[in-house]
Write a protein that binds this ligand. Structure first.
Ligand code: ADP
Length: 492
């Protein structure tokens, strides 16, 4: 048993040592979060904004192109100079406006000297784009086409400027400004990314330090507690609700451990004391037989009788301690069967017959018939015997004990045992079920008690999952009860 326990503990430690620290996990989470934010930010800047700007720029260009087309297509007023009009439109709409003929010669705007000579200038720098636009225009019936380049957008349409020859209107919108803005934005996004990373590192370090400090402190204290130092005090103040709750839980565990530890020490002290008393008596009476009463039959028998009684007391004490530790450690698994509790209780009561017959105890018994339940017969029997035994031990002058087993009507039946004794003080009520050993009065009781009776009752009933309890009034007596689930049997 010991070896098994050790192994499982070791395994548990090994598993835990491999895990990553909260500090690192927090840092990783913060960095990942910062990365996602920066990526989303960068994406929205580069892609979404660029796309929006592009759509808006094309829409704006089409609008301007159509307006310019309408204005230029109108019959010229007297004295109107189209070259001048094109320049005015260019600056008004913040675009470049050109009208070209079939051969790619610039019809509008012409420099002043060419206006006089009637010459046309060739445009070479954007002729390639213009060829592409012209090709597109010839293939579609659409009133205009749009060229989307990296440096500029061009609106192109046929225009009836001179009746005799075909002319083309080209309105160019430069993208220089947008491209410069996008480049600037990229640089800023990178700067923001670096800054966010540094910031996330600083924040995660601070937060994880702040969060892990109380945990490390509590771990250190928990180690001290594990080594048996019950003076440690856990506190999670200033670290949030969860830490306060954890500290409270650990403090509760410490109190419980300390209580159990105290009880165990007390139990060992008392058990050893009670082992010692009968042993001393046995030794003393055995010596007396050897030295004094060996030849006196009457005295010898009396002394031998004391030895037998003390040996019995020792045996029952050892038996109870063993029972309790076996049930608690789970070595003695429950052997569940269907038990006829009505008959079984009647049988248990016969064990108290000698008290009725020789010491005048009065048992008032009221048991319903055919009450069956699923239980470990021997252990439940021991629990009920202990409860009845206590009632006998603690009942009043009238020596009355009332035992009932009654159907409750909600799928349960209740066993109860009532005495007329001094009762149990309110402040002691919660403690009586604990493994608390009381050796006083043991000799004066009619039923042998080892001080472990109620601990055995509690352990057995809890293992079965049965509910139980006690009501007691000082000066009037106590009633202990157990509720059993009713097992219905098919009667054939
Ligand atoms: P003990 O051998 O001392 O009776 P138990 O575990 O059976 O040990 O009971 C624990 C304590 O609970 C008793 O010492 C006693 O103080 C109290 N107790 C138990 N049953 C009764 C009862 N019927 N009336 C009054 N006190 C009781």
């Amino acid at each position: 048993m010991g070896i098994k326990g050790k192994e499982s503990t070791k395994k548990g430690y090994r598993k835990r040592q491999r895990s990553t620290s909260i500090y690192f996990l927090l840092w990783a989470a913060f960095s990942a979060f910062a990365l996602i934010i920066v990526l989303m930010f960068g994406f929205s800047q580069r892609v979404v904004m660029k796309q929006t700007y592009k759509t808006e720029a094309v829409r704006d260009l089409i609008e301007k192109g159509r307006e310019i087309q309408t204005i230029l297509g109108k019959e010229p007023q007297d004295g109107e100079n189209k070259d001048e009009l094109v320049r005015v439109l260019s600056s008004y709409y913040d675009v470049e406006v050109y009208v070209l003929n079939e051969r790619g010669e610039v019809l509008l705007p012409r420099p002043p000297e060419m206006q006089e000579s009637g010459e046309f200038s060739r445009v070479f720098d954007f002729s390639e784009k213009i060829v592409a636009l012209k090709h597109k225009l010839s293939q579609t019936d659409a009133p205009f086409v749009i060229y989307e380049g990296t440096e500029e957008y061009i609106y192109g349409s046929k225009i009836a400027l001179y009746e005799d020859s075909q002319a083309y209107l080209y309105v160019t919108k430069s993208l220089q400004l947008m491209n410069a803005a996008t480049r600037e934005m990229s640089t800023r996004v990178w700067l923001i990314a670096v800054f966010t990373f540094l910031l996330s590192f600083a924040v995660s370090s601070a937060v994880s330090g702040w969060l892990t400090r109380p945990i490390s402190e509590m771990t250190k204290k928990a180690r001290r507690l594990a080594r048996g130092d019950f003076n440690v005090d856990f506190h999670g103040n200033d670290y949030g609700q969860e830490m306060v709750e954890l500290a409270d839980t650990l403090n509760f565990a410490r109190d419980e451990l300390s209580k159990t530890d105290k009880m165990q020490k007390q139990l060992i002290a008392n058990v050893s004391h009670d082992f010692k008393t009968p042993l001393t008596m046995i030794k003393a009476y055995a010596s007396m037989i050897i030295e004094i009463s060996g030849d006196n039959k009457q005295k010898r028998e009396k002394h031998a009788q004391v030895i037998v009684e003390e040996a019995d007391r020792l045996a029952s004490l050892v038996g109870d301690v063993l029972d309790l530790s076996k049930i608690r450690a789970g070595i003695d698994a429950l052997k569940i069967t269907t038990v006829d509790m009505s008959s079984y209780l009647a049988e248990i009561l016969t064990r108290f017959d000698y008290l009725r017959e020789t010491q005048g105890y009065i048992f008032e018994v009221d048991i319903d018939e055919d009450l069956y339940t699923q239980a470990d017969e021997l252990k439940i029997g021991q629990a009920l015997y202990n409860l009845i035994g206590n009632a006998v031990n603690y009942t009043g002058e009238d020596k009355k004990v009332c035992v009932r087993m009654k159907k409750q009507g909600n799928g349960y039946f209740r066993f109860s045992v009532t005495d007329t004794g001094a009762g149990i003080r309110k402040e002691e009520l919660a403690g009586i079920w604990e493994r608390y050993y009381r050796s006083s009065n043991v000799h004066k009781r009619p039923v042998k008690g080892t001080g472990l009776g109620l601990s055995i009752v509690k352990t057995v009933l809890e293992k079965h999952g049965f509910s139980f309890g006690v009501q007691s009034e000082e000066g009037k007596g106590s009633t202990f009860h157990v509720d059993f689930p009713l097992q219905t049997l098919d009667k054939q």
